[in-house]
Structure formats: structure tokens, C-alpha cells
Design a protein around this ligand. Structure first.
Ligand code: C2E
Ligand code: MG
Ligand code: MG
Length: 673
């Protein structure tokens, strides 16, 4: 039998072994080369986009403009090649830290990024937050442009501009967000797939491990970049929101004060303007049109102020609620603060559209300038602007006022009255005058309205003036209750003098409804004085609707249950819509005096008066017309179907003694009639 044996020769053992080693070394070399090449490619892809951004950024803006924080945080630095200086699209080198030799020269700016930059360039002071992340194997760039997006249309138009590849837009905290797939190229360029295939064929686990490691390091690199950028972006966002209002994107109060401080400390002889803007009756806008509409109005006002400030090298801020401010230097566009005031007030009046609604904003504007303000400190400047704003509100809102000597005087007067009032209230210096409401047909009094009176240093102060100051100082309820107590006492005494029940009405400030105990206090006074609740009418103005409507109705409802009547004073002067007025628990409507003035001579005024009467009739309440000063007015008013009135034609407000005498005289007349 022949046995075939295979004899191992030294060569036959060594050769395959050596071959395997050579093969392994070859693949090890290839894989190492491939590994470092792939890693470098991955890195360079990320960097390419960063550098493309940097290039376009630098081309659009000045070369010494600092890089966006996101790039600086990554350690990327941009260098304009010395040789290329002065040329268009100067080559730009971007260096990545920790990778010596990995430097990239970028000649051509990326077109998409160019568009992004041109948007930035048009809005040079816009802060921008950049973020990149890996998503489904793609590097997604997220750019956040706070306050670029002014409306939905604007968002989609930016999308249109930036797009084809921007695939997602959204509105995050007032910011315009564009996401775009910047680097699908990264994975395309990672030529790992070929090596992995070869490694699989050879069953070479070593290479497979290498491949895994390579994959891992690519992923790790991406993750590292991603994390770093995320950190940067969220830090930037947090930082942004710390200093900026999330709804409007404007700077917050603290930032504004800081800027003002810096402006004051800066050298330069240019005059400085401070403008305060306050939306009139903002609560009513919220209540009438809803909070979304209120927000839309705030954003619209903020955008207008922001634009105005930026175009003129200034800055805008939201000081809180519905109050805004801008700082601006004197310029050819606005040589005087009055011109600036006119411009701001006018700019605010443009209609705001929100979901089919059209809101016409009304804003009060106060302007002051350095050095004419009360002083050269931040607080003096703000005080002056505030006084101008207050004057604009007092003069009827929806207008501007410039801080001047007159306002300075009235500010001082306010402070004198404000400090004298508390003592006057405690010392019982608030007196009452009584003005009859009459039946227009027979001119007989039906009720007496109690009106507060006060003199300071022997001079009468108008209630409109001291009531407003008492409201600002939180003392108005004390005055209201002091007046009510005196009025109730008068009614009880006059009733016993005439043997006829005397009805009175007393004014209640809207601010009194903030107190939980107002109804208790009124009931206490009724009890103390012995006045029947049925003989009392409380007059409130539309401004009660600024308070919590449910609470107001709770208080009024409780008093009405006891028999007290409620009148809506100065009807037609407020902002409240009929829908809201309908919800208010009232028995009587007093049409404001302003509708009666000129009603006889002016057809338009008469037309308007009739419209207001129609509205009041629509609410189905007793109607009283205020401020009747002549017989011809009275006759015309009667023709409109109104039955009750009040005014100097019948009687001016009377002191306590005169009012009692008036009562006695008229009750006698009534008895003899
Ligand atoms: P009001 O409650 O609408 O009172 C009517 C105001 O019009 C009174 O002014 C009255 O003197 C004035 N008036 C009445 N008839 C005529 C007229 O024919 N022609 C003209 N030109 N004026 C007329 P007064 O007393 O200066 O009070 C002004 C406002 O001050 C009141 O308007 C009311 O809103 C407020 N007020 C007065 N007393 C009080 C009070 O005790 N508490 C509160 N919260 N407000 C008060
Ligand atoms: Mg009144
Ligand atoms: Mg009135």
C-alpha cells in the first residue's frame, strides 16, 4: 500500500506564514492609513463648513469682526492669508486646535451660507446662535436669528431664501430657527465601506476590529463636535435669554440700565435721548381680543421700536409689561427730541393684524434729552422720561410729551401734594360737595352725587388731580370711604330735615377693588350712619375692567344684593367694549360730559351723542347725561329719549349747608306741586 505522505519542508511551513504576516502588515498599513485619512476627512468636513462660514462671514462683515462664539469656542481661528489681503475672496485659513498641519484654505464662499450671512449683514447687530448636531448620520446646522422672524410670512420667506436645503423652520422663544443639512458629504467621504468589505472577505478580525475602532473614532469625533456645539449653543441661548425678553427678543430692563450707564460715562458731546413708550389700556386689549392678540401687539410694538433704534444707531428694550424704552443719540434724522417723539408716537399707531383681527395701537410716549433732564444720572434721566410719559397719559394718551419746564413743575407739584395728602386724610381735611342729578322733565332732584374737595395752603386742589395722586400713592380708598361716610351722614340728616328719603351717589376708584374688604367697609359705613343701602349708588368707571372682572362683579354683586345700585361713570371715554361692559353688574349709565359739549351747534357732535345714547339704551340701563350747561342742551338731550341729567344748568356742586338748603327748598316745591 502506498501511503502518500506530505512532507513538511521548512519552506512550505515558513512561506505561507511569512505571506500571512506580509499580508497582515499590508492591511494594517492600509487600515492605519485609511483610518487617519478618514478621521482627517471627517474632521476637515466639519471644518470645511465652519471655514466656509467664517469666510463668508468675514467677507460680508469687516475682517476684524469677531467670529461667532460657537466657532471661537471650538477653537477655530480664521486667518486671512497675508498674500491674499485686499483681494476679493481672500483665501482664508482655518486652524483646528490639537491637529497641527490640519489647515484648510477656503477660496470660495459657500453660496447658502452667503445668503445666511447677507441676512445677518442686513441686520448687523443681530445676535446669532449656531449649533450643529448629528442626526441620522447628517450634520445638521441650526441657526437661530433672534427677532428676524417678525411674522409667519417672514419665517417662510426666510425659509424660501435659505432653502432648498433648509428643511425645518420654527419659532423658538421669539427666535427664528433654520435647520439645514450642511454636511451629508461627511459620510460619503468616509471610505470605510470598501475596507470593511475586504476585511470581511479575509475574515480578518484584526482588520474588523480596526474598522470598528475607526468607525468609533469617527463617531466619537462627531459626538465631541456635536456636544461641544450643543454646549455652546445652549449656553449662548441661556445667556441670550438672561439678557433678553423671551417674547419680544428685546433687551431686558437691567441691560437697558447698564447701556444707559455706559452711554452716560462715554465721552462725546452728542445729545442723548431717552424715550419711554407705554401701550395705553393694554389690559383692555388683552381682555377684549385675547392674550395672543396682546402678545402680538407687544411684539409689533417691540419690532417697530427695535427697527427704529437700530436704523439710528440706538438700542431698544422692554422695561417690563407694556413699557418699552429706547436710547438714541441726536442725529440729522432727529435733530430735536420733539421730532423723535412725533416719529415714535406715529410709528406706534400703525395697525397690527393678528389672525384676522386688526388692532390699532394707542401708545403714550415720553421723551427726555441730556442735558435738559433732571440730572445726569441714570435715575434722573429715567425720572424725567417717566414724568414726560405721565404727562402724555394725563393729557389724554395716544400722544407724546417732551420733558420740559412745565412737566418739571407739575412733577414737583405732584410730589408736594403726594406728601401732604396722607396727613390731610388723617386730619379729616377731605370735604364733600353735592351735585344733584335731576329728572329732565320737571328738573326735580332725584339724587345727590358726593364729590371730594380738598384745599392745600388755602388753595383748592381739583379732585381730578389729587384723586390721581392718591391712586398712585395707594390712598384713594381712604378718600372714597371718607367721602361716602360724609355723604351718608348728609343723606340721613337731610332726610330727617325734609321727611323725604334722600338718595346719594359716591365715586369709587377702580383701585379700591383690589382690596378684599371694600364691600365690608361700605357695609360698615351704611350701618354706622344708618343709611339704607337702597338710597346709595356707587359710581365706578370703565377702568374697573382693568381689575379682575370676576372679583369686581363679586364685590358689586354682593352690594347689589343688599340694595345698593351701581352706576357706570364717564361712559364712552374708556376703551372697554360693549361685550365687556355687558358683563359688568351695573344699574345706571352716566354719559360723559365730553359728548354734550357743542351738541347743540355741531351736527356731527349731535350724531355722535345719539350714537352713544343708542349704545347705552342697548345695555338696557337707566341713563343719566352729565355736564348739561344750558336749556338748549337739556331740550336736545330730552329729545333723544334720556330722562335724567346732571350739570351746572341745574346746579353746580354745593357745599354741605347749601346742599341741605337746596334739599329743603326742592322738597317743599315737590310737596306743593
Ligand atoms: P365725575 O364723577 O364724573 O364728576 C363730575 C364732574 O364734572 C365733577 O367734577 C363736577 O363738578 C363736574 N361737572 C358737573 N357738571 C358739570 C358741568 O355742567 N360742566 C362742567 N364743566 N363740569 C361739570 P369734579 O368735582 O372736579 O370731579 C372730577 C372727577 O373727580 C369726578 O368726575 C370723579 O371722577 C373724581 N372724583 C371726585 N370725587 C371723588 C371721590 O370721592 N372719589 C373718587 N374716586 N373720585 C372722585
Ligand atoms: Mg361721578
Ligand atoms: Mg363723570
Amino acid at each position: 500500500m502506498v501511503r502518500l505522505t506530505w512532507k513538511k519542508s521548512p519552506n512550505s511551513v515558513v512561506l505561507p506564514f511569512v505571506g500571512a504576516i506580509v499580508f497582515a502588515i499590508f492591511f494594517f498599513g492600509v487600515s492605519m492609513w485609511e483610518f487617519s485619512r478618514t478621521e482627517a476627512q471627517a474632521r476637515s468636513e466639519v471644518v470645511r463648513f465652519a471655514s466656509a462660514f467664517v469666510t463668508t462671514y468675514a467677507n460680508h462683515r469687516s475682517n476684524d469682526m469677531p467670529l461667532p462664539a460657537a466657532f471661537r469656542r471650538l477653537g477655530l481661528e480664521a486667518f486671512v492669508d497675508e498674500h491674499g489681503k485686499g483681494r476679493d475672496h481672500a483665501p482664508l485659513t482655518v486652524r483646528v486646535p490639537g491637529t497641527p498641519g490640519l489647515e484648510l484654505a477656503v477660496q470660495e464662499p459657500d453660496a447658502r451660507l452667503g445668503l445666511m450671512i447677507s441676512i445677518l449683514a442686513q441686520n448687523p447687530t443681530l445676535p446669532m446662535i449656531e449649533e450643529h448636531r448629528i442626526e441620522d448620520g447628517r450634520v445638521v446646522a441650526r441657526s437661530i436669528f433672534p427677532s428676524i422672524a417678525k411674522s409667519e410670512t417672514c419665517v417662510s420667506c426666510h425659509n424660501e431664501v435659505l432653502n432648498r436645503e433648509a428643511y425645518k423652520v420654527g419659532d423658538v422663544m421669539g427666535a427664528f430657527v433654520v435647520e439645514s443639512d450642511l454636511t451629508s458629504a461627511i459620510h460619503k467621504n468616509l471610505a470605510y465601506s470598501g475596507v470593511a468589505f475586504l476585511a470581511g472577505l479575509m475574515g480578518c478580525s484584526f482588520l474588523a476590529r480596526r474598522e470598528n475602532r475607526r468607525m468609533r473614532s469617527v463617531v466619537e469625533l462627531e459626538a465631541q463636535v456635536h456636544l461641544e456645539r450643543q454646549k455652546t449653543a445652549s449656553e449662548a441661548k441661556a445667556k441670550f435669554l438672561l439678557a433678553h425678553d423671551s417674547l419680544t427678543g428685546l433687551a431686558k430692563r437691567a441691560v437697558f440700565l447698564d447701556r444707559l450707564e455706559r452711554e452716560l460715562n462715554a465721552d462725546g458731546a452728542q445729545r442723548l435721548y431717552i424715550v419711554l413708550v407705554d401701550i395705553d389700556d393694554f389690559k383692555a386689549v388683552n381682555d377684549t381680543f385675547g392674550h395672543d392678540a396682546g402678545d402680538a401687539l407687544l411684539v409689533a410694538v417691540a419690532n417697530r421700536l427695535d427697527e427704529l433704534a437700530k436704523y439710528n444707531g440706538g438700542s431698544a428694550a422692554r422695561l417690563g409689561g407694556d413699557e418699552f424704552a429706547i436710547i438714541l443719540h441726536q442725529s440729522d434724522v432727529f435733530p430735536t427730541e420733539n421730532q423723535l417723539g412725533i416719529f415714535v408716537a406715529e410709528a406706534m399707531r400703525t395697525e397690527v393684524s393678528h389672525e384676522g383681527l386688526s388692532i390699532r395701537p394707542s401708545c403714550s410716549v415720553g421723551v427726555t434729552a441730556l442735558p435738559e433732564s433732571l440730572g445726569t444720572t441714570v435715575s434722573a434721566l429715567l425720572k424725567s422720561a417717566d414724568a414726560a410719559l405721565y404727562a402724555a397719559k394725563n393729557a389724554g394718551k395716544n400722544q407724546h410729551q417732551v420733558f420740559d419746564e412745565k412737566i418739571r413743575q407739575s412733577m414737583m407739584r405732584r410730589s408736594i401734594i403726594g406728601s401732604a395728602l396722607p396727613k390731610a386724610i388723617e386730619d379729616g381735611e377731605i370735604r364733600v360737595a353735592f351735585q344733584p342729578k335731576v329728572c329732565l322733565r320737571n328738573e326735580m332732584p332725584t339724587e345727590f352725587e358726593a364729590l371730594a374737595r380738598w384745599s392745600l395752603n388755602g388753595e383748592d386742589v381739583a379732585p381730578d388731580e389729587f384723586i390721581k395722586i392718591a391712586e398712585d400713592n395707594g390712598r384713594v380708598q381712604d378718600i372714597d370711604l371718607a367721602v361716602l361716610r360724609q355723604a351718608a351722614t348728609f343723606a340721613v340728616e337731610a332726610a330727617s330735615d325734609t321727611n323725604v328719603p334722600i338718595k346719594i351717589s359716591s365715586n369709587l376708584s377702580a383701585l379700591g377693588f383690589r382690596s378684599d374688604h371694600i364691600a365690608d367697609r361700605i357695609e360698615e359705613i351704611l350701618l354706622e350712619t344708618g343709611l339704607s343701602p337702597k338710597l346709595l349708588t356707587l359710581e365706578v368707571t370703565e377702568s374697573v375692567l382693568i381689575e379682575n372682572a370676576t372679583k369686581v362683579n363679586e364685590i358689586l354683586g354682593r352690594l347689589r344684593q343688599r340694595g345698593v345700585k351701581v352706576a357706570l361713570d364717564d361712559f364712552g371715554t374708556g376703551f372697554a367694549s360693549l361685550r365687556y361692559l355687558r358683563q359688568l353688574l351695573i344699574d345706571e349709565i352716566k354719559i360723559d360730559r365730553s359728548f354734550v359739549v357743542d351738541v347743540v351747534d355741531d351736527c356731527e357732535k349731535y350724531f355722535l351723542f345719539n350714537k352713544i345714547v343708542e349704545m347705552a339704551i342697548g345695555l338696557n340701563k337707566t341713563i343719566v347725561v352729565e355736564g348739561i350747561e344750558s336749556k338748549s342742551q337739556a331740550d336736545l338731550i330730552m329729545k333723544s329719549g334720556v330722562r335724567f341729567g346732571q350739570g351746572y344748568y341745574y346746579s353746580v356742586p354745593l357745599g354741605l349747608k347749601e346742599a341741605k338748603a337746596y334739599c329743603i327748598e326742592h322738597m317743599k316745591k315737590r310737596k306743593s306741586a
